[in-house]
Write a protein that binds this ligand. Structure first.
Ligand code: ADE
Ligand code: ZN
Length: 321
């Protein structure tokens, strides 16, 4: 019954706008990098690691996610990781991907030099551009740390300003409202960078308002809880603010109890530019096409809905495809 819509989603050239590169770190790669770098892991096998992939909320996930990216240490690791994602992207007809990278966490928490993080990703992006996948980089800042630490991290990225397309705000949301990061986002804009922020994933509609009015972001990552505020829904529609939604992530992090209750179709019907994305595909059970497949089945999406979702992502992307 949903076959036509699923086949269409698979076959169309697509843009993916919400995918954390470290969230594409498959257990096999974690063990490969740990072996190569002589680092320790609290898990003895891939099975033992995978057994931890049961989450009840965002923080639960972040705790496991941080262990995984401790395995990353060199430019070669980041290049391999980006190559692995781009292989999946190409197999799924993704021609344009704007991916988040944990520049602040990578350098400040695990001590990996920015030259390794950015250098490896840039090498992969140059190679995949020739092969038909455009990979753009969006460093994210950690909202549970201070704005001054984020500003320091943005400053350290200076040699790479021409290699990144924008900045994002991610990590634990509740208790860390967008308005804490006004100076960071003002500065990024002055530098000519695009701006996006996670908001309304677990946090209330006020955080989506804050991302729009205090940070001036061009896209909202997730935005689920905007559905609770009809005035906010009208604002997102009026200003054509894209939402980069992630169905399987929302299910696995218990943002929705059932995909049939996912707000994506309600946003489309309200005239909002909603898009489908995979967020952290190694952790949530699938890449972009699986996200399309599951949300098509759960919400009875039509081929028209699929065309609209795919077009929305192309329209919302930061560089013309
Ligand atoms: N970092 C990686 N995935 C995330 C998510 N879903 N929300 C917030 N921060 C993240
Ligand atoms: Zn995300």
């Amino acid at each position: 019954m949903h076959e036509d819509a699923i086949e269409l989603a698979k076959s169309l050239p697509k843009a993916e706008l919400h995918m954390h590169l470290e969230g594409a770190l498959q257990p096999e790669l974690i063990f490969k990098f740990v072996g190569r770098n002589g680092r320790d892991l609290p898990y003895r096998s891939i099975e033992e690691l995978r057994a931890k992939y049961e989450f009840t909320n965002l923080q639960d996930f972040i705790n496991v996610y941080l262990v995984g990216f401790n395995s990353l240490a060199s430019a070669e690791d980041y290049e391999d990781l980006a190559n692995d994602y781009c292989e999946h992207a190409q197999a799924e007809n993704i021609t344009h991907a704007e991916v988040f990278i944990e520049a602040q966490a990578g350098s400040s928490m695990t001590g990996t030099p920015l030259e390794a993080i950015l250098g490896g990703c840039i090498r992969a992006a140059e190679e995949w551009k020739k092969r038909g996948v455009e990979l753009l980089l969006i460093p994210t800042f950690l909202r549970h740390l201070s704005e001054n630490e984020a500003l320091k991290s943005l400053d350290e990225l200076e040699p790479y300003y021409d290699n990144i397309v924008g900045i994002g705000l991610a990590s634990a949301e509740v208790g860390f409202p967008p308005e804490n990061f006004r100076r960071l986002f003002d500065l990024a804009r002055e530098l000519g960078l695009h701006t996006v922020a996670h908001a309304g994933e677990e946090g209330p509609p006020e955080y989506v308002w804050g991302a729009l009015d205090d940070l001036g972001v061009e896209r909202i990552d997730h935005g689920n809880r905007a559905i609770e505020d009809p005035v906010l829904v009208s604002r997102l529609a009026r200003d054509q603010i894209p939402l980069t939604m992630c169905p399987l992530s929302n299910l696995r992090l218990c943002v929705v109890d059932d995909l049939r209750n996912h707000p994506l179709k309600k946003f489309l019907d309200a005239g909002i530019k909603a898009t489908v994305n995979s967020d952290d595909p190694a952790y949530f059970g699938g890449y972009l096409n699986t996200n399309f497949e599951e949300i098509i089945k759960a919400l009875n999406l039509s081929t028209g809905d699929v065309r609209e979702l795919v077009q929305n992502a192309h329209d919302a992307s930061f560089e013309a495809i």
